[in-house]
Design a protein around this ligand. Structure first.
Ligand SMILES: [Zn+2]
Length: 306
């Protein structure tokens, strides 16, 4: 892995650490959201456990997200093998964050990995910094990330790519510069299923984790996603649902942006703006997690509109 310096944004406020191990769920939790399109759900909203997708065609299958670390990768691989038998496997990830893509080592020699170029580049540039930081969060996360290293993808594409899995086609699309530079959508056009990664999180406030995250572009990316008119949106974390998940994520971000700019223009100091917007968002979305990420989102919007 590269050891380029990346400055990661930290959440603001008291955060009670969730000590549950970041382990992907077992096969008994699989949910079939369309014919032979499976989700291994984030397992009771456990932090750092993403929704994993497994799409099975007549000739091959695609795994979306490996889970975090080698052991989770092995578990995902075993479940994919249960569903797909000995069909060839493809592996991709929605973005480079450790819980989404850093179980890829377990798939070496077992699957053909494919990533959009912007995600590959960002992974190479930032993953060591993210792994080192995540390893300080809890001992269980440190254990999950032990021995993790960057895996060079077998196939890299620019813009968009299609995978014909046999009797079903999957579109991969670069959709970046919102949550991360390398955000990727995985779209099943016939089934109208979209794997959105962390661009959409169900009942969580948006995380703008470093200076490459851009709330304004993120809002546009969500509008484009809504324009696909999906029947099922699989969020990075939380429960899958309809297009309304993307709409809710967009409306929260728009609310943060609009109120931040309005209050700043009315003469409030930045910390006052942060406190007001945070209180308003918690009022609007009382059951959403990641409240500690509202303040960094406000500051990011203010920094970009000055
Ligand atoms: Zn993420």
């Amino acid at each position: 892995m590269s050891d380029n310096e990346v400055e990661i944004t930290m959440p603001e406020g008291e955060v009670e650490p969730d000590l549950r191990p970041p382990r992907v769920a077992d096969a008994s939790k699989l949910v079939e959201v369309a014919d032979s399109v499976w989700i291994l759900p984030d397992h009771e909203r456990t932090p750092h456990v993403p929704n994993v997708g497994i799409v099975v065609g007549s000739r091959s299958a695609l795994v979306v997200e490996s889970g975090m670390g080698i052991e989770n990768g092995r578990r995902v691989l075993a479940i994919a093998r249960e569903l797909a038998g000995d069909k060839p496997l493809f592996l991709t990830a929605s973005h480079f964050h450790p819980e989404h893509g850093l179980g890829a080592q377990a798939f070496v020699g077992e699957a053909t990995s494919i990533l959009n170029r912007s995600q590959r580049d960002e992974l190479f540039e930032k993953c060591r910094t993210y792994v080192d930081l995540f390893s300080t969060f809890t001992p269980a996360i440190a254990a999950a990330l032990d021995g993790v290293d960057f895996v060079r993808p077998d196939i890299v594409y620019d813009g968009a790519a299609s995978l014909d899995l046999g009797d079903r086609v999957v579109h991969l699309r670069e959709h970046g510069d919102g949550h991360t530079r390398g955000d990727q959508l995985v779209i099943l056009p016939a089934e109208r299923v979209v794997f959105a990664g962390d661009l959409v999180e169900e009942r969580f406030f948006a995380i703008l984790p470093d200076a490459d995250a851009d709330g304004e572009i993120w809002i546009r990316r969500l509008q484009e996603l809504e324009g696909l008119d999906p029947e099922v949106v699989v969020p990075g974390h939380g429960t899958a649902g309809g297009a309304h998940l993307a709409t809710a994520a967009r409306e929260s971000l728009e609310g943060i942006r609009d109120r931040a700019i309005e209050l700043r223009a009315a003469g409030q100091e930045e910390d006052e703006v942060v406190a007001t917007v945070k209180a308003e968002q918690i009022d609007l979305y009382p059951d959403w997690g990641n409240q500690e990420w509202i303040a960094p989102a406000v500051r990011s919007f203010l920094a970009r509109t000055q």
